[in-house]
Each structure stands twice: as C-alpha cells, then as structure tokens.
Design a protein around this ligand. Structure first.
Ligand SMILES: C[S@@+](CC[C@H](N)C(=O)[O-])C[C@H]1O[C@@H](n2cnc3c(N)ncnc32)[C@H](O)[C@@H]1O
Length: 268
C-alpha cells in the first residue's frame, strides 16, 4: 500500500525533488558496502560474443556494468572529457575511466553521501566525483565532450531543465547518452522534450528485452548478495528495489507497462 502511494506521488515533480535525494543518501550512509557500486537493472547483449572482457574483480558487476559499456560505446569517448549525471555509488564512472579511457570523467550526483562513498571507493587519475543537481549543473558552458546519464532522469523534478543544462555544458559536436525507463504513455512527451532542447537525435533503441535478460541472468547473485548484506527485515524491500526476477519492475518490463530505452543525442 505504502509503495503504491509512493509510486503515485512520484508523478509529481515537487515530490520527486524532495523524495529521491534523502533515499539515496540514506542508502549510501546506512549500507556503505564496498562491493555495492551500481544501482541499475543491467544489460545483456543479444549476442554474448559482444560482452566486454572484464578483470575478475569486476565480474560480479557484469550486468549493471554492461549497461554503461554498451551505452558509452555508442560514441568515441577515448581521450574525451566526460560528465556523468546521477553517478550514484560511482561504479559506472569508474568502469568508464578504467576501461574506456576518457581524458577525464566527472561523476556528479545530488546525494552527497553517495558522492563521498564513490570518492573513497574508486580511484583513477582520470576520475573524480562531485555533488550537484541535474537541474542546475555546476559547470560552465561548453565544458564537456560527452554527458552520460544512466537510470537517473526519472527522479528529476524537470527533465526539460536537465536537457537544457546538458545542452549548455556540452561542447559543439558533443554527445549526450541517456538510458532510463518510462511508462509507455509518457514516452512520446519525453522524446518531444528531448528534441525541444535543441539536441539532435543520432539514434534511439528500446532495450527492455536486454534489461530483462540481465535481470534473469543476475538473479541468483543479486539475491545472494541481498541476503548476505541486508538485515532480514529489509530483504523484501531490497529485492523489489534491486529488481529481482518476479519483482514489479521485472514484471512491468516484461509486460511492456514500462519501457527501457536509450537515446544518443548530438549538439550540432
Ligand atoms: C537508480 S540510481 C542510478 C545510479 C547510477 N547511475 C547507476 O546506474 O548505478 C539514480 C541516481 O540518480 C541520482 N539523482 C536523483 N536525482 C538527481 C538530481 N536531481 N541530480 C543528480 N542526481 C540525481 C540519485 O541520487 C541516484 O544516485
């Protein structure tokens, strides 16, 4: 019942603005586990031969990390200057810094405790984390070649303001890579808002099936991790939040009542 009320309230921008930051801050403070560095539902390519090779230490995070890998490699990022908006516990920016070698990647998140956690947990010479709001990005005009955004935009008060900020901080010719999910009835207006920002669409794809497959493949590991780390009274909540097989998110992505997508946009 409470979960249903919460979800209904997230339809309102004022509620999204006040609700998400304390939740992600609380999670970072209360559960500062070093091996929990991603908070997305993952991705598995249709052709397993396309899977990236990983160091053994990154293997347990294969599926959430692959969401970053396959989105980030939609454009050339080697030696580029990158910003991640909504970097969470920092695993995605760290993967990009270490494997895909941009000149610099800055992970930015509104939840300051998540930013502190990420800064302590991940180190690479071309990586840093800062606190900041997607609706008022704390960087000057034309500061970045690429902006990436993974499973975060659904939490923003105004995506219109976010897209306008992305356009402002991107250099001409720069790329905006975004992946997230929406109720299909809101997808057309999401795309209209994206195009109204003045960014040009290079490509888009619905990836729900790929995400569902990742949920399926990661299920045993995800459940085992939750049971090992989380006090018994919170296990049910974390299984829902983490999207185990059979959770509402899994059902909605399978039935099509939620659509997972990515867009590659360019500032011309
Ligand atoms: C589902 S998590 C995804 C984190 C990360 N991208 C990943 O895949 O592991 C969503 C993240 O968006 C962040 N977020 C929510 N609202 C934000 C805002 N207005 N500005 C920046 N980050 C925000 C949250 O604090 C949270 O860390």
């Amino acid at each position: 019942m409470l979960a249903k009320i919460f979800l209904e309230l997230t339809e309102f921008s004022w509620f999204r603005r006040i609700a998400w930051k304390p939740i992600y801050n609380h999670l970072a403070k209360q559960f500062p586990y070093d091996d929990w560095v991603f908070m997305n539902y993952g991705y598995e390519p249709a052709d397993p031969a396309e899977r990236p090779e990983l160091d053994a230490s990154d293997e347990p995070d294969r599926y959430p990390l692959q969401l970053y890998h396959f989105l980030a490699t939609r454009t050339e990022i080697k030696d580029k200057t990158m910003l991640e908006v909504g970097s969470g516990r920092g695993g995605g920016a760290s993967y990009i810094a270490r494997y895909l070698k941009p000149e610099q990647i800055t992970g930015m998140d509104i939840a300051n405790h998540a930013v502190e956690f990420a800064g302590k947990r991940h180190q690479s010479p071309n990586l840093r984390y800062v606190t900041g709001n997607a609706e008022a990005i704390p960087f000057g005009d034309e500061s970045f070649d690429v902006v990436i955004n993974v499973e975060s935009s659904h939490a923003y008060g105004s995506v219109e303001r976010f897209f306008s900020e992305v356009r402002r901080v991107l250099r001409p010719g720069g790329y905006f890579l975004i992946t997230d999910m929406r109720d299909p009835k809101n997808l057309a207006s999401f795309e209209e808002t994206l195009l109204a920002s003045g960014l040009q669409m290079a490509s888009k794809e619905v990836i729900s099936e790929r995400v569902v497959q990742a949920i399926e493949l990661e299920d045993d590991l995800k459940r085992a991790r939750i049971r090992k780390q989380i006090p018994a009274r919170y296990v049910k909540f974390f299984e829902e939040f983490g999207g185990v097989k059979g959770s509402q998110i899994d059902k909605d992505l399978r039935s099509g009542s939620l659509v997972y997508f990515w867009y590659v946009m360019r500032k011309v």
